[in-house]
Ligand binder design. Structure first.
Ligand code: UD1
Length: 318
């Protein structure tokens, strides 16, 4: 039976990937998570079908035995958030760089089959040209962006120097069910959904005309699976994991108010340090080499996400 390991598997994206793997017929899925930002409840319905390891990727000895012999490793464990990495850069440096090194090292020394690494669209920084293509010069604007880029370099070097199979996917502003809205560092769409349900006004940093390629979590999980099965020409490479669209925050907040049938004009605050102005993925290389085929329009993704938050509020209120 082939072993599949998901680091960060109790997180919002990791748990969607775990469900996708099980639906795809995976027999032995093992989750590594230290529950810093992940939650066991994210895996509630599949808890009996996965092997759970409460372990920290910064502790090599904790994760090496789990990763050893794995057929596939999906490395999603990270401390996310651009502003968090600016306010407090040490923890994210340790996890996103040193922890990622430990995962690649454990995969190499433990003779794992392939590592799919969750990189970030933040690596591009502000480019003059949109959409952003993998061949563009990277230009990180925050510690988080630099850390995630370093992980890509390690993925590529573990492939070229040690023969480890790796594929890096630059995630573009992933959103969807289970994204935790409880921290000021939470992804903007989780915060918008919370505001909408609580009939509160969100704060938009800057003029709200910054744009993002918001990508539904199930499309990203699907692409991770495809990357784990892709042919040899994808190895050691980096691909955009985006939807290919681009929406401003003003557009998204308008759309959410329309879906919900309410009027809650947003507050505007100063622009956020380290913020990228516009982000949009060129999806051609991922479509060509990995078979990327994102399914969810922004409207459909937002509807599903809002429905999930409402249902989970209802459960919490019982
Ligand atoms: C960045 C990366 C993304 C990565 C994420 C991890 C880019 C383009 N994207 O996301 O790929 O997954 O880090 O954390 O670099 N905002 C508000 N009000 C709020 C919160 C946020 O207006 O209450 C704004 C931010 O200033 C930003 C946008 O919403 O302009 C998105 O912010 P956020 O959800 O934190 O993600 P990014 O920093 O874009």
């Amino acid at each position: 039976m082939s072993k599949i390991v998901v680091t960060g598997g109790a997180g919002f994206i990791g748990s969607a990937l775990v469900r996708a793997l099980l639906e795809d017929g995976a027999q032995q899925v093992e989750v590594i998570d230290n529950l810093l930002t992940g939650r066991e409840s994210n895996l509630e319905e599949v808890r009996g079908k996965v092997k759970w390891h409460r372990a920290d990727i910064c502790q090599y000895d904790q994760i090496a035995p789990v990763i050893a012999g794995a057929d596939k490793v999906f490395h999603l464990a990270a401390i996310p958030s651009v502003p968090r990495s600016i306010h407090d850069p040490i923890p994210s440096h340790e996890v996103n760089i040193n922890g990622s090194f430990n995962v690649f090292r454990a995969a190499h020394e433990g003779k794992a089959g392939r590592v799919v690494y969750a990189a970030s669209s933040s690596a591009y920084g502000d480019t003059e040209v949109l959409p952003k293509v993998e061949t563009m010069q990277t230009n990180p604007k925050s510690p988080y962006a630099a850390q995630k880029l370093m992980g890509e370099y390690y993925a590529s070097v573990f492939h070229s120097c040690f023969g480890l199979e790796t594929v890096s996917l630059r995630f573009f502003n992933v959103y969807g069910p289970r994204q935790d809205p409880s921290s000021p560092y939470s992804g903007v769409l989780s915060l918008f959904n919370k505001c909408l349900i609580e009939r509160k006004v969100p704060t938009i940093f800057g003029d709200g005309e910054q744009s993002r390629d918001f990508t539904f979590v199930e499309d990203v999980a699907g692409l991770c699976l495809k990357a784990s099965k892709a042919g040899p020409n994808a190895l050691g490479k980096v691909y955009n994991a985006g939807n290919g669209g681009r929406f401003t925050l003003n557009m998204i907040w308008d759309l959410l108010q329309k879906i919900e049938g309410v009027s809650l004009p947003a507050n505007y605050g100063p622009p956020r340090a380290g913020d990228v102005k516009h982000s949009q993925a060129d999806t051609e290389a991922a479509r060509r080499d990995l078979g990327h085929d994102p399914k969810f329009s922004i409207e459909e993704g937002l509807r599903r996400t809002l429905a999930w938050y409402k249902a989970s509020e209802a459960v919490a209120a019982r």
